[in-house]
Design a protein around this ligand. Structure first.
Ligand code: FE2
Ligand code: FE2
Length: 269
């Protein structure tokens, strides 16, 4: 199966140049085999441009899964829906429309909530499914629902609430669990342990997405990296809020498993 990163903070490979891909602060990934778009990036401009450049038809996805309500994951929803000619099923947490804030470098409170309303989604014919419990898209693909935080601390960075809406996408693969995460606010141990628990798998195969090492102290970064080394996944793709230093730490500790994320990066699993 194949997963392509459509929006990321970074452009990391030469095809981003030849295909004129755009990067922006945010995340979106496409799970081709299951026709699932996971997140939409910040503005929609990168998502729309990159889907077209990579030859993915806007009408191809059957599902839009929202990792959490922050605008760097939900900001492309409107442009994506407007580019389509058929309705879509959208799966998000029940907190989707709750206001969200983060403090910037100067201590100012920034509104990072979604920029659409339930009425807007209804007008667009969206089949909106709001969840807190795990939701099976197919037998092999589960949206986590709210992730319990009993195995490790959350990664909240500069945000002002617990972001209980942070949801991963879990895929059962013959080699083990694939965990796809948007910002990873729920915390790496929680995301992976809960995924293993609800899928019944005993092995982590791959973790892909934002792990939110941004804003973490060095001790905590070492702790997470140690945890991941013990889990010995085959593939770790750090992108978005994993941050440059977080990616460097993962690359050092897991040289064979680690791969850079970045717009247009496609991972065969
Ligand atoms: Fe994010
Ligand atoms: Fe976030």
């Amino acid at each position: 199966m194949r997963i392509t990163i459509l929006v990321d903070n970074y452009a990391t490979q030469l095809t981003s140049l030849s295909k004129r891909l755009l990067s922006e602060w945010g995340f979106a990934a496409y799970i081709h085999d299951y026709r699932i778009l996971y997140d939409t990036g910040l503005s929609g401009a990168a998502l729309i441009n990159n889907m077209k450049a990579l030859g993915i038809d806007y009408d191809e996805p059957n599902y839009l899964v929202i990792s959490h309500r922050h605008i760097d994951h939900t900001g492309g929803v409107k442009r994506f829906l407007e580019a389509r000619s058929r309705p879509i099923t959208m799966i998000a947490h029940t907190n989707l429309f709750t206001k969200a804030y983060a403090k910037d470098e100067r201590g100012n409170l920034e509104d990072i909530s979604v920029d659409f309303t339930p009425e807007y989604l209804r007008e667009k014919g969206v089949n909106l499914i709001l969840i807190r419990e795990p939701y099976k898209i197919t037998g092999d693909v589960v949206v986590s629902g709210e992730i319990p935080r009993k195995w490790g601390p959350p990664h909240l960075g500069a945000v002002t609430d617990e972001i209980l809406d942070d949801m991963a996408l879990y895929i059962k693969h013959r080699n083990g669990l694939i965990a796809i995460t948007g910002c990873g606010h729920a915390g790496v141990e929680n995301i992976i342990e809960y995924g293993l628990q609800i899928t019944g798998l005993d092995r982590l195969y791959a973790v892909i997405g934002g792990l939110h090492f941004l804003g973490l102290g060095d001790d905590r970064v070492r702790q997470v990296v140690k945890y991941l080394v013990e889990k010995s996944p085959d593939i770790v793709v750090g992108s978005h809020c994993t941050g440059i230093l977080g990616m460097a730490a993962l690359r050092d500790a897991l040289p064979n498993a680690f791969r850079l994320g970045g717009v247009g990066v496609s991972i065969e699993l």
